[in-house]
Design a binder for this molecule. Sequence first.
Ligand code: ZN
Length: 274
Amino acid sequence: MPELPEVETIKRSLHPKLVGRKIRDCEIFYEKCIKTHAPEKFINGVRGATIENIERRGKYLKIFLNTAEILLIHLRMTGRLIISPKGDPVTKHTHVIFHLDNDLQLRFIDIRKFGTLYLLPGEELHKVRGYRILGPEPFGEEFTLEYFKKAVKERKKNIKTLLLDQDVVAGIGNIYADEILHAAGINPARPAESLNGNELEKLYHSIKRELKKGIENRGTSFSDYVDGEGRKGKNQDYLSVYHRQGCNCSRCGCEIIKTKLGGRSSHYCPGCQE
Ligand SMILES: [Zn+2]
């Protein structure tokens, strides 16, 4: 699933291609991915609109239109947004095509079909529950050490599951949660309330560092993730624990283990994550 570094990389790759362009037309091949409108209304809402900006919030992409509406997109498990020349063959699993006012198209492609698109005025973004509950951005001013310590102490659950809660901090998913916990030397199954001040501080800095590393490496590509121009990221070459079960930990040499935690796969080193 694309997480903060992947969605940020997609945003950066789409920005120069989309901002200032007009959406000439739109085609929908899979109606259910549009959550706010019937297909014809959605098409009418975007047709003729100019793209003014594109931003990321958590794992959401926000495409600002000059109509004062925002096209909000969540890629979920396998969603992709790809810029394609209009003559390129339309591949299987292409659900929406936005025709731009040049020779390019923005295509929404999604094998698993969990990805979602919303079109709504900026002041109505709160109507999308997943968006409304988002906690602070990890690189935003609100995400202070004090905030993080308080947010963790208030919750009775394991620390891995807590990191995945989008209302604590926005944008972390399964890959980066595992990497962050290894970087901080904390076992994913630890009850959040058992972490001491020193551990919470390490964890706080690990969140920022691991996400930053993911962005610098332009995301983690195992199977589906590519940026807006179809390029894979390279962060998979720099992972410490995720998908490395059976390998030796680079820090202590112990064998990395894969378990299940809260229904999700979890990778950690039993030697140096306490
Ligand atoms: Zn280790």
